[in-house]
Design a protein around this ligand. Sequence first.
Ligand code: MGD
Ligand code: MGD
Ligand code: MO
Length: 809
Amino acid sequence: MTGEKSLQGGLTRRSFLKASGAAAGALGIAGAAGMVTAEGWLSPTEAHAEPEERVAHLCHQFHCLTGCNLKCTIRDERVALIEPSDLVDEGHRTICLRGINEVEHIYSKDRLQTPLKRVGERGEGEFVAISWDEAIDAIATAINDSWAKHGKDSVFIRKSTEASIGFDFIGQLLLADQGGNWGLDRGQPNGQTPAFGAFSYCPSRSIWEFSDAATIIEVGHNPLESGIVWSRALMDAKEAGVYIVALDPRFSGTASKADLWLPVHPGTDAAVIQGMIRAILDEGWYDEDFVKANTSLPFLVDRKTGKSYRSDEVTCPNPTVVTAEETGAPYVWDKVSDSLKLYSEEGIDPVLEGSWKIDGKELVTEFTLMKEWISDYSIDWAAETSGIDRQTIVDLADRYANNGPAIIDYGLGGPDKYTNADVLGHSMSILTAITGNYGRKGSGFGFYGGVGADNPAATLNFWALPEEYHYNDSGMAMYEMPYMENNIHCALTFGDAFTLEAASANDTLEWVKSLDFFAIIDIYHSSAVDYADIVLPACTKFECEEDVKQLRDSFGYVMLANGMVDPLFESKSDLQIERLLAAKWGLDHLIPETYEELAKFSLDGVDKLDPNMRGITYDALLKNGGCMPVAGTGDDWRPDGHADQVYTTPSTKIELYYEYLLDQGHQFPVYEDANEAYESNPLKETYPLYFMQGKSRYRIHAYYSSSQWFQEDFGPCVNIFPSDAEARGIKTGDDVKVFNDRGSFVCTALVNPGLQPGVLFMAETTYTKYYKEGFLQNVTNSARNERCYAMFHGPQIPYNDTLVQIEKA
Ligand SMILES: Nc1nc2c(c(=O)[nH]1)N[C@H]1C(S)=C(S)[C@@H](COP(=O)(O)OP(=O)(O)OC[C@H]3O[C@@H](n4cnc5c(=O)[nH]c(N)nc54)[C@H](O)[C@@H]3O)O[C@H]1N2
Ligand SMILES: Nc1nc2c(c(=O)[nH]1)N[C@H]1C(S)=C(S)[C@@H](COP(=O)(O)OP(=O)(O)OC[C@H]3O[C@@H](n4cnc5c(=O)[nH]c(N)nc54)[C@H](O)[C@@H]3O)O[C@H]1N2
Ligand SMILES: [Mo]
């Protein structure tokens, strides 16, 4: 570092940057860190010149499904203090420790500081610093070479969610493969989509409506940790006397606040729901009027073929299934005329149960078939399978059906990450529909996850590329690439998609090693970095080359980050990195030059398009600190989602009979064990423990791994039940090895009675470098359920569907 002054000694913004940049160049990557990390910054210091202070309003990370507005005090061009923003209403002022902690995390010694080039073997993590020009050249050369050698479809470009917020240009400009179906957060939605319509899993109602419910069942959803900021809506409901049930194998944060915790066995939630359906049908607790008026259950089916009995005349292609095949209008049996009628005819009263002979066919109603399906599942079976006793299941069914309105809010973590998640989604769809808990005040079903679920959405313009530029997916998902033949030889990822968005990391990384070239653009030294040929340092949400950065619709506000700190070290913003790359092919003129240009474009004219956006212009936004409410935002907001009981299914009714799965025998959700995590699995003899993961309130996926403050208390640590620990001589703080046939890792143990015997829990995930050996993703299950290829969202990555053994390391 130049000069004798410490960083606190009143260096100007420019000289600080020059100094830290020079230091990075001279000392290599890690050597310079001490001078710019929180340790250096926060150490005792002499009195010094008047600090330069200013306030900046920044929007934080998105992928905790929040995106808080943060009020930051910038002192000597360092982020010195982070507080809740006073630009948002009281209801949105909660921020979390991750936000406050950024004063340290931004300056972590594990920030990528300069572009790097690999010198050792892939996986060894040996790099030398290179210039931006060299790095961008190397990436462009590798892509051109790959095109020449293997064809245009040989290049893979994918952005992690957090890195894709706002824009996603370069992969489209280069017609790259982005790895198709996401494989995440789609298991239960697969089961819900055909019933309620595409994307119905994002409820069209508000989280503030929680208080209007009588009962809320949280199915494997832990918003008190995975949605801390907006979990306020759930706590408001609790205060209003709403009965809250948490279905979770472990005593989660949310379970601790619930009225009832149901410690279900991992991967068996569908049994609980099917037990409830059985009880409701046995007791006649279903809402007959709702079922007749708003569901497909009166529709007629040819018993022999299992096909819906329909008119020849085509109504529309089915938008809720992958094949989107066209369908005719279904028939019902009308009680008034005692005859066959199209379901949509005026003045009919469809019969719910029965069998008729028409055209030499035996026709039955879906309702009749549903009763036959559920007769295979006794409540005792449900209790034995799930570990939730019979009476509890019946009582919950009673409460849900007869003491509504009720909401089922499911998580996209827990039960979603097993191969049988669609069976659960379909079962919950039936439960919801037969009790009429949809489209009415205080009722609902889906993933109530923050941001969009608590406010009217802003209207913003979308920066579209010319038609000829788009991703060019082969149809193979990224998580399949290690297992199926493909033509990918060159990869570029923004963020660590390879170790986060795929399970069984040994398989994935073996495939990554076999590629001709891999470059990563990340902020921190994430797990995949060690496998890259070229590494580019991106800057955090607090830094930019300009005064403004991302424009977002978040929490009912339009937020424009402004008052940015210059990019630290030699890092650059994602937009400038995309521009540098695009320029190599002369395509940079197609994308915005600056975040300012993008923000101005996004807002241009929207105040005239949408009354809720009135007054929200670029200039007005900046005058208001970068944050303005979309009209109608607040705890009172209630969309009238489905109050009209019209659904985006072919019949516009809730369609519960999945004819498109006929060849797989899944017209109704036939219960099936998870792929690996089930009691009678012979593999349990070798690997007797369920290994579940979940979100930590101290991380967003792997992000914040590099926070030293969090690392001290919340580093990689596996939770184990006392009796399981005792049997293995394991105590809290011991190093333990977790393993199965896919791989292993070593971390510390935490003995935790808030689990159930035979179940381990670990927060996902942490960069490899913080483990004693390996990392969590080495053991997770990458199996795919064949059935799900026919489903709207494709197969689900079953991370939680994992058995392991554990021993003292
Ligand atoms: N702090 C933080 N918040 C986040 C994120 C983050 O990384 N960090 N990520 C965001 C994302 S991408 C998502 S998808 C959401 C997910 O949000 P959630 O679904 O709430 O997330 P998880 O913590 O993965 O899972 C919830 C619970 O499922 C339980 N579980 C595991 N197996 C089973 C099972 O078989 N049955 C039942 N009933 N429960 C089970 C776990 O014990 C856990 O408590 O969170 C979002 N919010
Ligand atoms: N074992 C296990 N694995 C899981 C899960 C699980 O339950 N168990 N859950 C899964 C779930 S639900 C999801 S959604 C996925 C999430 O996987 P992702 O969508 O990939 O996760 P993100 O947190 O959005 O992105 C994180 C990566 O982007 C980088 N990053 C953050 N901000 C920026 C930025 O502004 N620019 C750039 N260039 N990089 C940035 C981070 O350093 C990190 O490498 O993970 C999945 N992985
Ligand atoms: Mo997710």
